[in-house]
Design a protein around this ligand. Structure first.
Ligand SMILES: [Zn+2]
Length: 257
């Protein structure tokens, strides 16, 4: 990607995983229109570096701290106290990536539910948005989220159906649906169905860099969210430029401290 690339719309990425090594990429990303980045942690070990990045690069990078459902085994209760302290000391921090993942035969349901709720409770206490990873958890996630009605949530790489989206919209007044690269795959019928019924003021996009990429792309990049915004425009019969503006407004509403 050349730095001379003409940005045709601005991109606000609602979820990715940035480390200090990625900072040199920011110049190219910026030139391509990537303006906002909500960078998540998955493990408590990553928190100090993430906070340092936030301090150096706000407002371009917004940092979300959390423990991902895949990394709970190594987490102790003291991590929750640490998270509580970080949030109290830094008003710009949000929560994430937290969630529930019952795919691939995971059998630590009780542990996942405990950590999910404990971290949502911290989001509620400190009035911060929470970025969520939810897989095969639609039987219980809407009920749990309804217990924290004041928490603004971002369902990253949303993979629920149209029916799930409607259920969430009817119970939660501040839940945002963030579409990842999967919606660019024609076979992703759940996502494409959901993308057509979500109000524009609840839409976001996320790259989950470096873990997901646009179908056919060699590597992950938030620049490719351009294609996802165009795809959403096609699915919803809306102008991609207007959609990009709406996504910017949504991102700012969710992540501005
Ligand atoms: Zn992620």
């Amino acid at each position: 990607m050349s730095v001379l690339h003409q940005a045709d719309m601005t991109i606000y990425d609602a979820h990715l995983h940035l480390t200090r090594e990625d900072l040199p990429r920011l110049t190219d990303w910026r030139a391509a229109g990537v303006v906002g980045l909500a960078s998540a942690t998955a493990h408590y070990i990553e928190w100090p570096e993430a906070i340092a990045l936030a301090n150096e690069h706000l407002p371009e990078i917004r940092v979300t701290l959390g423990i991902h459902p895949w990394y709970l085994e190594e987490a102790s209760e003291s991590a929750l106290e640490e998270l509580d302290t970080f949030l109290a000391n830094c008003p710009a921090l949000a929560i994430g990536e937290i969630g529930l993942d019952f795919a691939d035969g995971r059998n630590d349901r009780e542990r996942q539910l405990h950590w999910f709720e404990a971290q949502l409770a911290l989001a509620e206490k400190h009035r911060r948005p929470a970025v969520l990873h939810l897989r095969r958890a639609w039987d219980c996630a809407p009920t749990i989220l309804a217990k924290y009605p004041e928490v603004t949530t971002v369902l990253h790489s949303f993979n629920g159906s149209r029916e799930v989206a409607r259920q969430l919209l009817s119970t939660l007044h501040n839940c945002y649906f963030s579409f990842g690269f999967a919606v660019g795959t024609p076979s992703a019928t759940r996502q494409t169905g959901a993308a057509q019924v979500i109000p524009a003021n609840r839409l976001l996009v996320d790259s989950d860099y470096p873990f997901q990429r646009l179908p056919g792309a060699e590597e992950s990049s938030p620049i490719d969210l351009n294609a996802i915004i165009k795809r959403l425009g096609e699915l919803r019969q809306e102008s991609p430029a207007l959609l990009a503006t709406q996504i910017m407004e949504n991102w700012q509403r969710v992540f501005s401290p």
